[in-house]
Design a binder for this molecule. Structure first.
Ligand code: TYD
Length: 217
């Protein structure tokens, strides 16, 4: 097939997922550095957030103090933040040839709102298909952690009960549902998922991730 246009090859869309306290931010930063060291352009971003309106929606949905937020409203706020994120930042970056690393994406909504809040995968998938216009990660890396280990990590990192945001403050059985949801999503599409045990050392997790990414690049 001839390629007459000079448009850059589309970048790889990499999502990181996992329960609260799984250590995603550390691994996201290390993966970015690793990709950049190989000469790639990388845009790293997070959800909810990444654009001005999405960051404003992030404050609304995560901070305490906005009164009751029912589950459907919560799911719609996350997906609204995602719609802006995809349109304004993620899709343009991928089209310009950058790899995009996103700390959480649709699977977080499927896990937290679909299973955690019991709205079901199907309803949450539908609103997210609309929000993303069908954009899906090329690969999703799940840092797998039990509810108890995740809580212990958050406390050790200085995020005690008072510091917990609206979602972190949920009980262990909520977080156990989240974990199972991520594992179910990965099992349903093993080609596009890498599941890593988040209790391994930082270096071991990074090695598993880079070995996997090297195979894709
Ligand atoms: P954040 O502080 O970014 O958590 P973490 O560092 O663990 O990623 O807060 C994001 C919170 O929002 C987290 O508890 C998961 C939750 N969340 C959802 O419930 N649905 C979603 O679609 C997304 C993106 C996040």
């Amino acid at each position: 097939m001839s390629n007459k246009s000079s448009a850059p090859a589309r970048g790889l869309f990499i999502a990181f997922e996992g329960g609260d306290g799984a250590g995603k931010s550390t691994q996201v930063a290390m993966a970015q550095q690793w990709l950049e060291a190989r000469g790639s352009q990388v845009v790293t971003t997070r959800e909810p957030g990444g654009t001005q309106i999405s960051e404003a929606l992030r404050s609304l949905v995560l901070e305490h103090g906005h009164g009751e937020i029912d589950s459907r409203t919560e799911a719609l706020i996350y997906s609204a933040a995602r719609a802006a994120h995809v349109q304004q930042l993620i899709a343009p970056a991928l089209n310009a040839g950058s790899h995009v690393i996103c700390d959480r994406f649709v699977d977080s909504s499927l896990a937290y709102q679909g299973m955690g809040r019991a709205l079901g995968f199907d309803a949450v998938a539908q609103i997210n298909d609309f929000a993303t216009d069908g954009l899906k990660p090329d690969v999703t890396i799940i840092l797998d952690i039990s509810a108890a280990d995740g809580r212990a990590r958050r406390v050790a990192a200085g995020g005690g009960v008072e510091a917990a945001d609206r979602l972190e403050a949920e009980p262990d059985d909520f977080h156990e549902r989240i974990r199972n949801a991520f594992l179910e999503l990965a099992a349903g599409d093993p080609e596009r998922y890498l599941v890593v045990d988040a209790t391994l050392s930082v270096a071991e997790i990074h090695a598993a991730i880079t070995t996997y990414l090297a195979g894709l690049l």
